[in-house]
Design a protein around this ligand. Structure first.
Ligand code: FAD
Length: 387
């Protein structure tokens, strides 16, 4: 399939692969006391960020006219696939560009929040999940009520990434008295606004922390309303598509690297006088992983290509999000098995990958929610096989 990529995409893929192999993979083992760390020390991180900017890959999905790289969806996917082959510096590629802010924001809001974010001056966070509703987004309860000159917000959010250091948070609320998809409304809440506090830290399996956010009679002026009241559902839904396809690309990158490590190790590890690669049990793990990886790559490139050509890809996005996030779990698990104890220790990157991939089946649409979308669309005949 790689050879069928457009030439420009293949060149980009090769460039990022070289960058990852020369700049990032060597770092994996050379950070003393920080094996397999998510974050890089500032003195290492900053020059790498500059190199990524020089490659034209900063804020990849943001349009060029606002300072992003403006990559097509397919090009964005191949960059993420290659980038995620290394555990070192996965944080470097985290773009905190919020499509919802770009889509609904006024010029003043974009100048104040979006542009400095793209320049790397500060970052924001996005808060829709709540203790009572996250996967079921239409069930959120945080409320907004009109007040003189602005709005009063109340409610609790949870699992919010980057909240502790965010300069502002995009908060999804509902107009009081509305139900389900109606009345959902976004606000931009500045850190430090009275009535808005960052609550307890929620540490995740892969080392990232999320946070609880509390809104208690938090007054925000009209200038902080993002879009029109009640416009929140449609705006948020479209923003998820690029998230799903790039998570799938990340899954392929991680699976691809672990697959390569598994193959290499199986050839050099001898037991009972033979390399373990000579054993059928090991060969089948390699074969199954190769098949699933190949299928995933074809599915993701196809969905990305269709999306950037304006096709309705809601079903395909749900398919690739589910298939690849489950595939990478199986491939990494086999890589652990082939490596034995080495796969569980921080002597290899595989334990890091094992932890990194588990959340992928949960965020941006659980596997179960994605299967519901697929089945619903098929049953409503919005999607036929072979399309
Ligand atoms: C690392 C990480 C970072 C996150 N960052 C953010 C963030 O920055 N901002 C933010 O707002 N949120 C964030 N989240 C929250 C994330 O969006 C939610 O975890 C996700 O939407 C799932 O919601 P939930 O955890 O409440 O699970 P639930 O929706 O409660 O689901 C629990 C289980 O029940 C299943 N289930 C639910 N409904 C059905 C159904 N109808 N039929 C069958 N099965 C069902 C689910 O598939 C799942 O297996 C983050 C989560 C993680 C793990």
């Amino acid at each position: 399939m790689d050879s069928n990529l457009p030439e420009e995409t293949q060149l980009l893929k090769n460039t990022v692969r070289r960058f990852v192999e020369t700049e990032l993979i060597p770092l994996e083992r050379s950070l003393p006391d920080r094996p397999n760390s998510h974050d890089l020390p500032t003195d290492i991180r900053q020059p790498l960020e500059k190199k990524i900017r020089d490659l034209g890959l900063w804020a990849m999905e943001a349009p060029e006219d606002i300072g992003g790289a403006g990559l097509s969806i397919l090009n964005h996917c191949v960059v993420m696939e290659e980038a995620y082959r290394s555990t070192a510096g996965r944080c470097l590629w985290t773009s905190l560009f919020f499509p919802v802010l770009h889509k609904l924001g006024t010029e003043a809001q974009k100048q104040k929040y979006l542009m400095p974010g793209l320049r790397g001056e500060f970052h924001g966070a996005s808060a829709f999940s709540e203790p009572g509703a996250a996967g079921d987004l239409a069930g959120i309860q945080a409320s907004c009520v009109r007040a003189a000159g602005g709005w009063v917000l109340n409610g609790t959010k949870c699992w919010i990434s980057f909240a502790k250091t965010a300069r502002y948070v995009l908060v999804l609320t509902r107009l009081q008295g509305t139900k389900r998809h109606e009345g959902l409304t976004w606000f931009i809440v500045d850190a430090g606004t009275p009535g808005f506090t960052v609550g307890r830290q929620q540490r995740m399996i892969h080392g990232q922390s999320t946070y609880e956010l509390i809104l208690q009679d938090c007054f925000v002026p009209d200038s902080q309303l993002l879009g029109e009241p009640g416009q929140g559902w449609a705006a948020g839904e479209t923003a998820l598509y690029r998230g799903r396809v790039t998570i799938s690309a990340r899954a392929i990158g991680i699976a691809g690297r672990c697959f390569d490590l598994m193959v290499e190790y199986s050839k050099q590890r001898y037991t009972f006088g033979q390399p373990i690669s000579s054993r059928q049990a090991i060969q089948w793990m390699i074969a199954d992983s190769a098949m699933e990886l190949h299928a995933s790559r074809l599915m993701v490139y196809d969905a990305a290509w269709r999306a950037q050509n304006g096709q309705d890809v809601r079903t395909q996005m749900a398919m690739i999000k589910t298939y690849t996030s489950e595939m990478v779990g199986r491939v990494v698990d086999r890589a652990v098995q082939v490596h034995g104890a080495a796969g569980l220790s921080d002597e290899t990157i595989i334990e890091r990958c094992y932890r990194d991939v588990r959340p992928m089946r949960i965020y941006e649409g659980t596997s179960e929610a994605m299967r519901s979308v697929i089945a619903r669309n098929i049953l409503a005949q919005n999607f036929m096989s072979g399309q």
